[in-house]
Design a protein around this ligand. Structure first.
Ligand code: SAH
Length: 233
């Protein structure tokens, strides 16, 4: 907030101007990014609409704001990354959920993907194992007009059994395998979108087809930071 004062006929008038958090220029850049994504893949139009509503520049470091609307992953705090917009669009698309569905994200990071899920109208829970990022994501979500109450600080390998079952589980870190406790927290017909592998991951979609039955689909190679056990203070 900037304040300036002018003296006029003995009266001091204070003029406060709030810095625009989302300028026309940034909205324009975001529109171009969405058009670029639409050319790259036939995403669900709802996904692109949701991404157009989330100001990605408010989720990256100030010094990287000019890069926010490039289709690129960027570094965030604690040596983690904000996913590439294409990847965010793809994971949200593959999740295939409807408004008001309960969705769990593992790996909140800076909170950008969580905001996109909220903009889709899902009921969002998200877990982050690094305390600094859990706090950063809360701040970023509030800053950009989203509700941070579904964020949790903890180990995503355990999921959130107290809120299960979930219609969708979206994992944004490279998992060594399919975490059993997450699979168990899917509703019947629920889907988990999870990158699995070490240096490079396969984007898998696991659908719970019955109480003990799951179907697996493979959507190609991606690269994520690793999913690690335990919490970091
Ligand atoms: N969803 C983020 C991506 C963040 S990168 C976005 O919108 O861009 C992946 C995140 O997963 C990192 O912040 C990392 O700390 C977190 N992570 C890794 N292992 C985890 C675990 N077991 N539980 C919760 N978060 C985890």
């Amino acid at each position: 907030m900037k304040a300036s004062s002018r003296k006029r006929g003995g009266l001091i008038i204070c003029i406060f101007s709030f810095e625009m958090p989302d300028t026309l220029r940034q909205k324009g850049q975001r529109r171009l990014l969405i058009e670029e994504l639409a050319r790259k893949y036939e995403f669900d139009p709802e996904v692109l609409k949701a991404m157009e509503r989330v100001p990605r520049h408010l989720f990256v470091d100030k010094g990287l704001e000019h890069m926010a609307y490039k289709d690129k992953p960027l570094p965030i705090a604690a040596r983690q990354t904000i996913s590439q917009p294409y990847t965010v669009a793809m994971q949200t698309h593959l999740l295939d959920c409807q408004k008001r569905d309960k969705v769990l994200e593992i790996g909140t990071g800076c909170g950008y993907q969580a905001a996109v899920l909220m903009a889709m109208g899902f009921h969002v829970y998200s877990i982050e194992r690094i305390r600094e990022l859990y706090i950063l994501a809360q701040k970023n979500l509030v800053n950009s007009g989203f509700d941070p109450s579904g964020l949790f600080y903890g180990d995503g390998f355990s999921g959130l059994s107290q809120f299960a079952p979930f219609k969708g589980i979206l994992v944004t870190c490279g998992a060594p395998g399919i975490p059993v406790r997450l699979k168990e927290q899917l509703s019947i017909n629920g889907k988990m979108v999870i990158p699995v592998g070490h240096n490079e991951q396969r984007m898998l979609r696991i659908t719970r087809t019955g109480q003990d039955d799951y179907k697996t689909e493979d959507f190609g190679a991606y690269q994520f930071v690793p999913m690690l056990g335990g919490i970091q203070k």
